[in-house]
Design a protein around this ligand. Structure first.
Ligand code: DLZ
Length: 161
């Protein structure tokens, strides 16, 4: 078997999402930010070929509920990947830590339970400005990055078929 030229692998190339189906779950907490993440994710999926009819967006109250929203997609819809979008801003209590831990472990569990990509698109910041900077501001839009990750993971999974 010929050795593959690994130097030819291009991390910047994004596969076509033309025939892929996506679910997006958006937390209502900090909606100005999570809405911007969602818009970025949808635009990026469409830029890479996904059709409107293959992108479904659902809302949950807070970031803690994102994994269950993702599980609903896995159980009740035949999407190829789910993007979970939330924003947790550090407050004065330990709520931040508990929500972050819950959503992180919950998302990891979904990936392994359903053998399907559940993309972690949650901002965990010290203040609102840091979140705005990452939701279409000076540090880009993490919703865009989550969408590209979703496309790449679906493509990877399909490459095994
Ligand atoms: C309760 C709470 C707090 C304090 N902060 C946030 C936050 O910064 N971002 C977020 O998405 N959700 C927050 N929540 C709500 C929890 O995620 C969850 O909705 C509630 O604890 C009910 O389970």
């Amino acid at each position: 078997m010929a050795t593959k030229d690994l130097s030819a692998y291009d991390i910047n190339s994004v596969p076509s999402a033309e025939n892929m189906k996506f679910g997006i779950v958006v937390a209502e907490w900090n909606l100005q930010i999570t809405g911007a993440l969602a818009n970025g994710a949808v635009e990026t999926l469409k830029k890479h070929g996904a059709t409107d009819s293959n992108i479904k967006v659902k809302y949950v109250p807070g970031t803690f509920e994102l994994p269950l929203g993702g599980q609903f997609f896995a159980e009740l819809d035949n999407v190829d990947a789910v993007i979970l979008l939330g924003c947790v801003i550090q407050g004065e209590t330990r709520h931040f830590d508990y929500i972050c831990e819950g959503v992180t472990q919950g998302t990891k569990d979904l990936n392994l339970k359903y053998n399907k990509p559940f993309i972690f698109g949650v901002l965990t910041t010290e203040n609102e400005q840091q979140a705005l900077d990452r939701a279409g501001g000076i540090h880009g839009n993490k919703g865009d990055e989550a969408a590209v990750t979703a496309i790449k993971m679906v493509d990877l999974q399909q490459s095994f078929n």
